[in-house]
Design a protein around this ligand. Structure first.
Ligand SMILES: Nc1ncnc2c1ncn2[C@@H]1O[C@H](COP(=O)(O)OP(=O)(O)OP(=O)(O)O)[C@@H](O)[C@H]1O
Length: 259
């Protein structure tokens, strides 16, 4: 009989992360399979964003092991805090896309250049190749007609859709979303969630999301993890977590956010 279980794409093994005296992750273990869509939910300050920021190499961690597609974040003999050379971190980062709360577009570049720039500079694509890729991705997020606009000419929802296209342009192994709609006016949230929902349903991309949008988490996730004080207290299918949570902290949290 063949074993169909794929090795994890992401593996946190006993990771500890401290900010000075504050321990945010304590011996944290977490795996994500290729193609899986996983949502982290939980109270403010529980460490959800820190997990994404570590994956994006924006934060070092002190103990344990983290791998992405078999690549170890730490290099033997490399110095703290990252215990990896800048070159090594850059290589890992090129496989990870991240969409932040604030869209962080380059204000002086047109929309198409915002999307095409990193594939040229980091991946070495020709301008023509990168622009063709950008045109396709702008069509995917419904912004083909805005390619020559500048970020200041777009709504927040449109800017966030450009940020999604920009992250996809690097063809990442994993796409991270850190509260992608928190900075948006309520009437603009839907269009961004719709783009992410389509991506989740139609692509085999691995996605890790931190969101306070519970209905959305339920719709897009293969697995929902409830986070509290740097630990996953409970995890399971959206159905299991939202309709039959078993951990008292999950029940308390969901009662507070769902009313
Ligand atoms: N750069 C930093 N320096 C010091 N403490 C930090 C730093 N970044 C985060 N923290 C602390 O680490 C803890 C976890 O923060 P994190 O942002 O990961 O939580 P979160 O679950 O994503 O919360 P939220 O839902 O509010 O974004 C918090 O207590 C936060 O104050």
């Amino acid at each position: 009989m063949t074993d169909n279980v794929k090795p994890p794409l992401i593996q946190f093994a006993g990771v500890t992360k401290r900010f000075g005296a504050l321990t945010v992750l304590d011996n944290f273990n977490f795996e994500v399979a290729p193609g899986e869509k996983v949502t982290l939910i939980g109270p403010s300050g529980s460490g959800k964003s820190t997990v994404l920021r570590i994956l994006m190499t924006l934060e070092p961690f002190q103990e344990g092991r983290l791998t992405l597609a078999g690549m170890d974040y730490h290099e033997p003999g490399a110095a703290a805090p990252f215990r990896a050379s800048e070159r090594h971190l850059r290589n890992i980062r090129s496989h990870v896309g991240m969409v932040f709360q604030s869209f962080n577009l380059f204000p002086h570049m047109s929309v198409i250049r915002n999307v095409a720039e990193a594939p040229v500079r980091v991946l070495g694509l020709s301008r023509d190749e990168a622009q063709a890729r950008a045109v396709d991705l702008l069509a995917l997020v419904g912004l083909a007609d805005k390619k020559d606009h500048f970020p200041s000419q777009l709504s927040g929802g449109q800017q966030q859709r450009v940020a999604i296209a920009r992250a996809l342009a690097m063809r990442p192994r994993v796409l991270l979303f850190d509260e992608p709609t928190s900075a948006l006016d309520p009437q603009l949230v839907g269009e961004v969630l719709a783009v992410i929902r389509d991506l989740a349903h139609e692509h085999d991309l691995t996605m890790l999301l931190v969101t306070h949008e519970m209905r959305f988490a339920r719709e897009v996730s293969d697995r929902v993890c409830f986070f509290d004080k740097g630990q996953i207290c409970e995890q399971g299918s959206p159905e299991a977590i939202f309709t039959a949570p078993s951990h008292p902290r999950t029940c308390e949290f969901l009662a507070s956010v769902l009313g």
